[in-house]
Every structure is written in structure tokens, then in C-alpha cells.
Ligand binder design. Structure first.
Ligand SMILES: CC(C)(COP(=O)(O)OP(=O)(O)OC[C@H]1O[C@@H](n2cnc3c(N)ncnc32)[C@H](O)[C@@H]1OP(=O)(O)O)[C@@H](O)C(=O)NCCC(=O)NCCS
Length: 204
């Protein structure tokens, strides 16, 4: 599996990418509400790294992908990681709790309320219909609007179509139009901060 757009290349990510994925997440997710829940502190960086490493080790149904720029090198001389995505092929009850226990730097109840609300929306929209879940998508601000996000969304949509299943994402305002272009439809109640977006399974 490898797809290329100009110097941007989509590949599976590896546990060695976890530090870069974590740094990229903090660079990309600058929305105030996210910063309140996941403050940019050393403890939270460690929490993210531990979470992703644990997912690599214990959750094989969670697929981490990276987009690298082959024309730009990181501090180790490797192609720079400019975007990443995490597609979860499991249903919520197979997966269990999405996040580890919250870090002390996070406001516990606000995080619990957010995640409970997102899970309830996913259940309301998808019910028990088998679907793949776009858990996380982020492109470094230096690389946004160059098609990296689209490559990562396309990867999961192609897999969903091949496997004959639907797809779902909790979309930020920044991501909504990108998902729409890939066939996701917004099923949110009016005024929702996060869009509940689903993409129907492909019918023959
Ligand atoms: C949402 C996000 C992942 C999009 O990533 P991206 O790499 O910029 O995505 P793309 O480049 O594929 O598409 C984004 C836009 O750029 C446009 N675009 C793509 N290639 C382009 C190019 N070569 N030149 C100009 N515009 C381009 C797309 O048409 C799209 O426009 P639209 O959103 O108005 O439809 C990114 O903005 C991000 O990380 N945001 C912060 C974190 C976040 O909110 N993540 C989503 C959580 S659901």
C-alpha cells in the first residue's frame, strides 16, 4: 500500500513515528476547545505517546497511516512526516474505551462528557451497522491544503468500499468539507460543535 501526490507519499505508520505523530497533533489541533481538554504540557505529550504506542501494540485493528514529504527531511534525515491518520476498523464494543485514563493535566469531567457525547452520537447515527471509524486526522499547518488529508481519508474509504462497509467520523469544522467531498453526509443535530458524519456502504 503506497500512494503518491507530488512529493507526498502515503504509507503505513510505525511505532517509530509516535513522537512525530504526537508533535504533529499538537501543531495541528489548535482549536481552543481541544487545547482546554488536552493542554500542551510535557505530561500530555507523554500521555499521547503512551496512548499511541499502546494502540500499536494491543489494537491491531487500528490502522495508523502517515504522509511523508520525500523532498523534506526531519532531524533524523528521514522524509518529514507531514500528516497522519488513524482508521479504526473495530466497532465500539469490540474496541472498548477509546482513550486511556485521562492525564491529571486534563479536566476529567469535561473529557468524560465529550467522549460520552461523541460515542452516543456515533451510536445514534450508525446503530449496529458495521462501519470503519476515522478516529484521528491531522496535517501539519505547513502542509495543509496540499491534499495530504484527502489521501488519508481516501485510504479508509477505499478499504470500506472494498469490504462493503460504511464509515463514520466526528468532524471538526476544518475537516467537514473534506469529508463531504469523499461522500460523508452530516447527520448532526443543528448547532452541534462537532459534526456527526457518515458515509454509506457501497452497494454493487
Ligand atoms: C482537516 C485537515 C486534516 C485537512 O488536511 P489537509 O491536508 O489540509 O486536507 P486536504 O489538503 O486534502 O484538503 C483540504 C482543503 O485543501 C484543498 N486542497 C487540496 N489540495 C490542494 C491543492 N493542491 N491546492 C489548493 N488546495 C488544495 C481541498 O480542496 C480542501 O478544500 P476544502 O476543505 O475547502 O474542500 C487539516 O486542516 C487539519 O489537520 N486541521 C486541524 C485538525 C483537525 O481539525 N482535524 C480533523 C479532525 S476531524
Amino acid at each position: 500500500m503506497r500512494s503518491t501526490t507530488n512529493s507526498l507519499v502515503l504509507e503505513p505508520a510505525t511505532p517509530e513515528d509516535v513522537p512525530a505523530i504526537t508533535e504533529l497533533w499538537f501543531a495541528a489541533f489548535t482549536q481552543p476547545v481541544i487545547g482546554k481538554l488536552f493542554p500542551n504540557t510535557p505530561g500530555m505529550h507523554q500521555w499521547h505517546r503512551d496512548w499511541h504506542l499502546d494502540s500499536f501494540q494491543t489494537r491491531p485493528y487500528q490502522k495508523y497511516l502517515r504522509v511523508v514529504d520525500t523532498e523534506s527531511k526531519d532531524e533524523h534525515g528521514r522524509p518529514r512526516l507531514v500528516a497522519f491518520g488513524k482508521w479504526d476498523l473495530a466497532m465500539p464494543d469490540e474496541r472498548g474505551r477509546r482513550f486511556p485514563q485521562w492525564h491529571a493535566d486534563s479536566p476529567y469531567q469535561d473529557c468524560e462528557d465529550l467522549i460520552t457525547g461523541l460515542e452516543a452520537e456515533r451510536k445514534r447515527v450508525m446503530g449496529d451497522q458495521k462501519h470503519y471509524y476515522l478516529d484521528t486526522l491531522g496535517t501539519h499547518p505547513d502542509y495543509q491544503r496540499r491534499g495530504a488529508g484527502s489521501m488519508l481519508v481516501q485510504w479508509g474509504c477505499d478499504l470500506a468500499d472494498k469490504d462493503g462497509v460504511a464509515a463514520y467520523v466526528d468532524a471538526s469544522k476544518e475537516g467537514a468539507s473534506l469529508y463531504q467531498r469523499h461522500g460523508f453526509v452530516d447527520f448532526s443535530p443543528s448547532g452541534a460543535e462537532v459534526a456527526s458524519m457518515a458515509r454509506a456502504k457501497k452497494t454493487a
